[in-house]
Write a protein that binds this ligand. Sequence first.
Ligand code: 5GP
Ligand code: MN
Length: 343
Amino acid sequence: MISKVIAEEKIQQVRKLIEKNDKIVILTHLSPDGDAIGSTLGLFHFLNELDKQVSVIIPNDMPQFLKWMDGAKDIVVYEKYPEFAEELMADADLVFCLDFNARKRADCIEPALVKSKAKKVMVDHHPYPEDFCDVTISYPQICSTGELIFRLICRMGEFELINHACAEAIYVAMMTDTGAFTYNSESPEIYTIIAALINKGVKKDLVYQKIFHTNSADRMKLMGFALSEKLRIYPEYQTAVITLSKEELKRFNHQSGDTEGFVNMPLSISGIRCSVFFREDDQKIKISFRSKGSFAVNRIASDYFSGGGHTNAAGGEFYGTIKEAVALFEKVIPRYVATSVPQ
Ligand code: 5GP
Ligand code: MN
């Protein structure tokens, strides 16, 4: 048995909304990651078992390493098919918002989301959810939105309806949001859930390979370059920074998703508690933050880089040059080091 994390009242509200409504749209955040895609596909397969008319819409495309997933081909990418996505949004009578806590994170879908008259349900684990849904299921202590989807389905009494595709999607979500169970993964209930998913037929070693063993030679070389040429250590702040410019990315034939996970690498250096990765995109600098323990990188992201996220994994953006973005970071980092307790 796993403990009852989600409030009973919310479970009943969601159950009624699903019973009453047939045209359902599931949304997730910009640049969807494994938890975003895993949780949406998990819910998608469950709702299909209930014979609902269900669609998944994502703002922009998912990384290549998730495209093998069952149902991934049915996902509507708003950027590619804006009119079709708008039609689905206009028709929907129930919208699920998964793995994001603020309308802004839906990016190009935000206007349609705000305009929509559909009932809305948020299922998410980022702190400080915005109040824009009829039901808000937000539990930051839970490792992934995928785990919350599992808990929601089970608490509605529908464990039997979790088919192989649904179980696999939930597993992908849980595995990717914990770095293959290497952080945010101390809760024993995670493993009770995984055992249930394996019993549903999930081949966990195979899933790991499909997600993590998909490097191109170019990506490996870019990684080597980033570590040997572009890594800067700030010992006084227990911090590491990597930057990659557009020109450098081009040199290694950069494909979308290639730099995924780069930010995690410096955290394996002894004594490093904070790692930041600055990537030059077309219009802006995308910044990823990772940390250990009480070093709250979501505060730096929201205070200075128009972003947010979790205590130990956050993101943001900067309009200007990489040099300016790093200069701002260097200026403010001492304040955050001073407020975090070393571990
Ligand atoms: P990543 O570095 O993988 O892009 O993001 C890490 C975490 O930070 C994710 O859980 C994501 O939800 C959050 N995050 C990333 N970018 C942003 C952003 O621009 N705004 C907010 N609020 N959160 C972000
Ligand atoms: Mn997540």
